[in-house]
Design a protein around this ligand. Structure first.
Ligand code: GUN
Length: 282
């Protein structure tokens, strides 16, 4: 029997406990956790995500500020805003929505964020801390996936984990988190030889590719845990994951659906990271 992992429900539980902790924290200290979200340009998907983040902040009892900048914003202007937010005592977390417009050097912008306010966990100092095993802020999507796996009750120790996709946002931090839980981790990408053969070895398969329904039943071992990070908008307007859910699900011991799997966890973990940031400075 396959468990369909209910990310919507788990994310709701986490957001409820963040809200309760926030109320208690604010009552005790007088400090309201503050998140600044910076959006440059008018990518429609980014706009939707940023709107959801503001709503989640309000629900959690946080202060939230949105900075909407035009697509042709200059690098200096963006750096000046980040510098202001770094020294703003009301703001504990800074999130710069990615992707940034092409003319902006993303690495330079991320490196300008105070690592103690880097609730995305993208700053090189936070990446380094994750690599060396003393994480401060862990990127929200992989952190959410670890929570989903933990709640299945399945242990990762000694398991073969295969991560498909090597982005800085998901694939790379995901592999490090699985490794920290003693999984044997293989990272796959567009140049991997015989991807189906590698995927078939996985006890835990993480698909973060960005191609609809690419993971088919023949690529999945019987009893595997399958996590689908894909959010692909089809021409029909429907959302599809990276996994061909209907044919893959019966082979798995647990699987995340799209929508309603990994997606809702990203914001839940952002709320947790922001509360952690506020607690760190108080
Ligand atoms: N774009 C897609 N996912 C993310 C995320 O987790 N954080 C930021 N800042 N941008 C993203």
């Amino acid at each position: 029997m396959s468990i369909i992992i209910d990310g919507t429900k788990i994310a709701q539980d986490i957001r409820r406990s963040v809200r309760e902790e926030t109320l208690a924290f604010t009552e005790k200290t007088g400090v309201v956790p503050g998140l600044a979200v910076v959006l440059a340009g008018d990518d429609p998907a980014s706009k939707v995500y940023v709107g959801r983040k503001a709503k989640a902040c309000a629900e959690a009892g946080f202060l939230s500020r949105e900075y909407k900048l035009p697509a042709d914003v200059g690098e200096a202007e963006l750096l000046a805003l980040i510098s202001d937010l770094n020294s703003d005592r009301q703001i504990h977390g800074i999130l710069v929505q990615l992707p940034l417009p092409k003319h902006i050097p993303t690495d330079k912008i991320i490196a300008a964020i105070d690592p103690n306010k880097d609730v995305d966990g993208f700053h090189p100092a936070n990446v380094g801390r994750l690599v060396t095993g003393s994480p401060l802020f862990v990127p929200c999507t992989p952190r959410g996936i670890m929570e989903l796996i933990a709640r299945t009750g399945i242990s990762l120790s000694g398991k073969d984990a295969v991560v498909i996709g090597r982005s800085n946002i998901v694939g790379k931090p995901m592999a490090l988190l699985l490794l920290a839980q003693n999984a044997t981790v293989t990272m796959c990408h567009s140049k991997t030889k015989d991807l189906p053969a590698v995927a078939r070895r996985a006890d835990v398969l993480i698909a973060a590719i960005g191609k609809p329904c690419m993971i088919t039943a023949d690529m999945v071992k019987e009893g595997a845990v399958v996590v689908d990070v894909g959010v692909n908008r089809l021409e029909s307007g429907k959302l599809a994951g990276d996994v061909a859910f209907d044919e893959v699900a019966p082979k798995t011991s647990a699987i995340t659906p799209v929508p309603g799997g990994v997606g809702p966890m990203t914001i839940a973990m952002l709320m947790r990271n922001t509360l952690d940031a506020a607690k760190m400075t108080t």
